[in-house]
Structure formats: structure tokens, C-alpha cells
Design a protein around this ligand. Sequence first.
Ligand code: ADP
Length: 668
Amino acid sequence: MFEKILIANRGEIACRVIETAKRMGIKSVAVYSEADKNARHVAMADEAWLLGPAPAKESYLKGDLILEIAKKSGAQAIHPGYGFLSENADFSRACEAADIQFIGPPATAIDAMGSKSAAKEIMQEAGVPLVAGYHGENQDADYLQAQAFSIGYPVLIKATAGGGGKGMRVVWNNDEFADSLASCKREALASFGDDKVLVEKYLTKPRHVEIQMFADTHGNALHLFERDCSVQRRHQKVIEEAPAPGLTPEQRSAMGDVAVKAAKAIGYVGAGTVEFLFDEDGSFYFMEMNTRLQVEHPVTEKITGQDLVEWQLRVASGQPLPCSQDQLTINGHAFEARIYAEDPDQDFLPATGRLNHLATPNTNDHVRIDTGIRQGDEVSVHYDPMIAKLIVWDHDRDAALARLRGALADYQIVGLKTNLEFLSQLAAHDGFNEADLDTNFISRYQEELFPEKASISDELLAVAALYTMLQQKDRGDQFVADNADPFSPWDSTQGWRLNEDNHHHVTFVDKDSLVEYPVVVHFRSPDFLIELESGEWSVNGSMNDKEVSINFNGRQFKSSVIESGHDLNIFISGKEFALSVKQEGLSDDDDQGAANLTAPMPGTIISVMVNAGDKVESGQPLLVMEAMKMEHTIKAPADGIVSEVLYNEGDLVGDSAELVVFEAESKD
Ligand code: ADP
């Protein structure tokens, strides 16, 4: 077994590999970019080496530098994780040449599966079932259209070098074919530098079922059952589970056998996943093989009780597989939910920002969290926006799903947009409960999964008001403790006011709808009387750190309130609400002006049209940024002066980053 390994990756997967290495007594070497110098994987490893600047090309993709570090640090093997260099056959070859073990399959196997069309050829010869289609060399548009016609619409055009859900077009009829082909080829060329495509039958209600397989250098190969990854957005997985609901033992072993056969056909070694489309009638078709450890491997670990990273290390060091096929059984059911920094309401647009507050469910045999991110860390534009993987296990699907809902309700993230609420909607959806799964699940239930935002309830306003008052009282108590005469009425913190009913006005603003909710709070020590639009309510409660316990309208409950600046993020029963406390004296104009001078989303500054000190007119363009392939012009919100320009052309900016400091001309 190795004594020291290098992990050529970052984030949760680097942490995941280091954990197993530690347990096995193997020393770990981390590598990191400048952006990751304080990252969790760096802190966890026995030693860590700087690669270079944040962009992956200048850091995590620098195979030569990584090999040099492996040599210098005395690491005998490199674990590539997933993404980055994990499916790069040249890197695997370079490792071999440098006499460092690549923890993954031989370069020939990576090559064989690297092209979707070449992989299909190989599988066809090995007798693995394929969706009807054309995956040959001829790329003539008319020829491909004739192929599509004979396959029968709808068809799917796929970039053979594609991945990550990019370079795919569904074509419903002959008239659409030519345009779809052209646009698919354009995207393929831009994303993968190769515009070759294949055409295949598009299944309208398939499930994505994949088999985890493993092979060693002694000629043994087996499978560790399947995962169902049908719940997808933009052809990318969101929630995975194992085993696949409703799969019969016969179907399972038939798919498992095919996966092992596929692996043997290419002389595979290590962990691999064979992905299938599983059709309504129970037939299944080879889609592609991923020659690495998958993001969703933990659900397989939970139902088999195996550590797949340990298996990888054993196999890479030349040991045989730890067990045989008949020693493996399925125990219970597991789910994995991918928690992403993204905005489900904007077609899952990736988001960036700092995790100002992070609270996670307790972990135990039922709940596991794989993450590389801690409170205070930043999700940047440079890497994948996944924050964590939440994995739950229980004896059956219903019980595991209840665990998932409970754990999601305990997850709190403040500071950037996440898909947490969307995941909760999914986990609570009847269709998902009934395992009515296929790859169009999310679009089919669009309306129910993206409900209108709940309006602000009296209960929520009562929590916000109580929190604000208790905070004020706390600060007041602190002030009194630090100062003055305890008997003076001037030092009372009960809201005492001379000649006046002791009360406060506060206006909360719903950050989504911008609707304002004025509230008046009267001190009726020890209670408060709260005036809302619906009437008057007597409220009492207490606060312990961020947790507010409240007694409101006959119900006692707890909620968490996270305050940052003038914002309150309130969590009640697993739901999050964002309010801001309106600052008296600030006009709406001022607010809008400020909002317009920040980046609407992460992106790159492509043009700066003003300099510090410039006098500008309302509406004048100040700078242009590009984000998600669209241009956004940042304009002056009013007549005024640009006091500072905070970025230059070519700079990357995070979501909501302040771009320009602007002073509006005073109106009088
Ligand atoms: P990528 O490598 O980009 O992830 P895949 O070939 O793995 O692309 O396909 C991704 C997803 O696209 C699948 O999980 C499935 O949902 C859908 N898909 C792929 N091929 C077909 C097909 N022939 N019919 C219907 N859906 C398909």
C-alpha cells in the first residue's frame, strides 16, 4: 500500500479522499490555487503545495507541475478526484512515465471511453445494448439528416466530445434538423474544440440508471449495484438515490452483467460507472462510461457499507478487489442531494458569494455531509458552485426520504443564493415520494416545484419584531452594564420614554417582493404588544445566540435569525425568509442607485467607460460586464460623480460585488 498520495483536486472530493487516506494511515499531499489557500482540503492534508493563480488552467489543470510536486513531496500515487485531470489520458500517461501511480484506469481505457461515438462502437462490438442511432464518421449534414429520418423522430444530436450536459439538441421533426445540427455543432466547437456529433433516438420518458463497477489488475471485475440519477436540471443530476426504485433483481443483475462486460471489453481497472438510459418498458441502453469516481458515489457506499476510495487505493496499489460479487448485498436506501450555489428561479444560474452563515444538520449513521466549504468561505466564479453533498440513509426509501426532508430543513446558508429550498420542494413532492421518476421530472412538475413565494406571515413579522426589540434591549443592557447609574430612568432598557407611551416603529421589507410591512412595538414588560396590519398581538419570548423562542397567538416555536447589516434572514420550520429593516431617511431612489452599481451576477468586466472623478448623467453607461455569455451595462442611477471605479477591464467579479462608488448630485 502507498505511504503517501497526492490529491490533484479541491473541494469536497479532495477532503473525501484525504479522510480515507487518514483512516488507512496514508499521508496526504494537497495542492491548491491562490484562491484556495485557506480551503478545508488544504487544512486537512498533511502538507499542501501552491499551484498558482485561481483559474483552473493556471492551477488544478497543470499536470506537469502537479507531477513535479508529487516527486518533490515523495507521493507515490495521484488521486485525480473527478473533473480537472481525472479523465485526461495524457495525464495518466505522464504519471506512468514519471513512475507515479495514477489512481484510475489505464490511459487506453480513458481514451476508449473519451469519445461518446467511439465508446458506442466498442460497446456495440461487445454486444452491449445501444439506443438506435448513428455514431459513425460521416458528418455531412444531409447524411446525418437522412440518418435521423430513418431512426425516427424525436432524435437527439450529441457532441461526441460532450460532457456536463452541453452540446445536446433534441430534434422533434425533419424541418428542425438542419438548424439544430448547426447550433449543436457551434456549441460543441466552442465548448470542446471538436464539432463531431452523433445522432440517436431520443427517449421521451427514460430514467437515468447507472451501474457502479470496479475491476482490479488480477482480472476480477464486479458491480456494486445501481444508482438512479433521473432527477436532473439542464441534463445535470440534482438528487441521486440507490437502489433504483422498482428495479427487479433480474433487471439489476442484467444491467450489472452488461456493465462488467463493458469494463472487460476495454481492459478496465479501478472505479468506473456505466450509464444507461432505462426505458419505460424495462429495456436499457448504454449511454456512456465515466472512467473515474462519480460525485454520487456516497449513495453506493451507504447501501453496500463499502468505502470506494479505499477500494481505489487498494486496486491502484496492486491488491485484488476486497470482495467478490456474492459478498455484496444491498442494505436499505440512500439519497444524495447536491447543494449548489445557484438560483433555481433563474434557470439554475450559478451564484457566487461568501457563506456568512452556515448551520448544518447533525451527522451520524443516517446523515453524512461531504463538503470542502466552511462558514466564511467564498464560492467563486473559478470552480464548480457545489457547496456540499447531503447524503442520508435508512432502512427503506420512505424512511430515507423522511431523513432527507429533515436534514434539508436543518440546513441553513446565508450570504448567497442556493438551491436548498428547491431541494426541499423536490424531497416533499408527491411524485418524488411515489418514485414517479424520469429525466423530465423537474420540467413535468415545474409549477409545483417552483411555487409562488409565500407571503410574509404575521408569525414571521412577530419573530422579526421580537428579535429586533430583544437585540436592542441586549445592546442597551450591555451599554448600561458598561456605564452609569443602575437606578437612573435614563438607563432603563424597557423602552422608557418621557411623557410618551413607550413604543417603537420599525418597517420590515420583504427582500423578494420589496413590499413594506410597518410594525409598531409597545413595551409591556415583560411582554411586547405588536401592532400589525391584521391587529394587535401580545408576544413574548427569549433569545439565545441566533435562536429566538417565541410565544405568539397560542403557539410556542423556535426560529433562527441571522442578522447581517440591515438584513434579517429568518428560518422557521426549515423555510427561509429574507427581510431588511428599512432605514429611515433613505429614499427609494438612493436604494436603487446603490443596487444598480453592483454586479447582477458573477462575470467579467469587458469595458470601463468612466474614470474616478467623472461627472455623469443619469442613465449614462459606466461599465459593461459579460456574464453567462450575456452583456450587462451598468448605468448611472442619477446625475452625479463617479468617486471610484473598483475594477479594470478583464477583471472577474463576484455576484453583487460593488463595481463603482457613485455619489448622486444632491437635489437641493
Ligand atoms: P453528458 O456527458 O453531457 O452528461 P450524457 O450522454 O451522459 O451527457 O447525457 C446526459 C443526460 O441526457 C442523460 O442523463 C439523460 O437525461 C439525457 N439523455 C442522453 N441521451 C438521451 C437519449 N437518447 N434520450 C433521452 N435522453 C437522453
